[in-house]
Write a new protein. Structure first.
Length: 233
């Protein structure tokens, strides 16, 4: 498939007009209210704790409109469009904008990181680079705003999870995250926490490493390839 697509930052009005089901998805906002003290972690500031509680209460009141609350409170929403059709969407933001995170063993993520909650690509457009382009767009924005890292929950497929449940879950596959530079920060059999460091220095090193690797490969092939000298006598 020859696919041309663009990445856009979506406004609240654009999100409401989406027809791919993402605007109605309540996965990250479907949670039970936790006892007050159980919700507090030693890594949180008081402001983050209070914000987390507000988000949790809001999610319990009206899950169907939570995407609106998410967008109005600093949530990042990006869409991939091909011929005006939304074929992929990304949701990211501070970890407390994803109340369901509290139900996973890896909670809490790093306070200073941006949490990547969802990177959904329509089935017929998978394996065409849509997810990677959405992720790169997020990385560029965060580097520009001097954010040092992204963290995300990854999913693994094993005997403890149903195949249909795995496919339908909006949690991002571990393999995709690792392939795109993430590493496992907190391990878990089903849902580990992964991290991507956005240091400009480390990114430059990776670029140079790839560049030198290519140069060495060319030189290696040149050495191994015999040179045929044509004699004209």
């Amino acid at each position: 498939m020859n696919l041309n697509f663009i990445i856009k930052d979506l406004s609240l009005e654009q999100v409401r007009k989406l027809t791919n089901g993402c605007a109605e998805c309540t996965f990250w906002f479907d949670t039970d209210k936790n006892p007050l003290m159980e919700s507090f972690t030693k890594n949180q500031t008081i402001w983050e704790f209070l914000k987390s509680r507000i988000v949790e209460i809001k999610s319990l009141k009206n899950k169907s409109e939570f995407i609106t609350f998410f967008a109005r409170n600093g949530g990042i929403i990006k869409g991939a469009f091909s011929n005006r059709k939304c074929i992929g969407i990304l949701l990211a933001g501070k970890y407390y904008l994803f109340p369901k995170l509290k139900s996973f063993n890896i909670y809490p993520p790093d306070n200073e990181s941006i949490f990547l909650g969802c990177l959904h690509v329509m089935p017929e457009y998978k394996n065409l680079g849509v997810g990677k382009r959405l992720l790169i767009s997020l990385e560029k924005d965060l580097i520009k705003n001097k954010v040092g890292s992204i963290e995300s929950l990854g999913k693994r497929l094993n005997d403890d999870i149903d195949l249909e449940e795995y496919v339908n879950s909006p949690v991002i596959p571990v393999k995709f995250l690792i392939k795109n530079g993430f590493y496992i920060k907190k391990n878990d059999e089903l849902f580990p926490l992964l991290r991507l460091d956005l240091s400009a220095i480390s990114i430059a090193k990776e670029f140079l490493k790839g560049k030198f690797a290519l140069k060495n490969l060319v030189l290696e092939r040149a050495v191994k390839t015999p040179v045929i000298i044509k004699k004209n006598w």
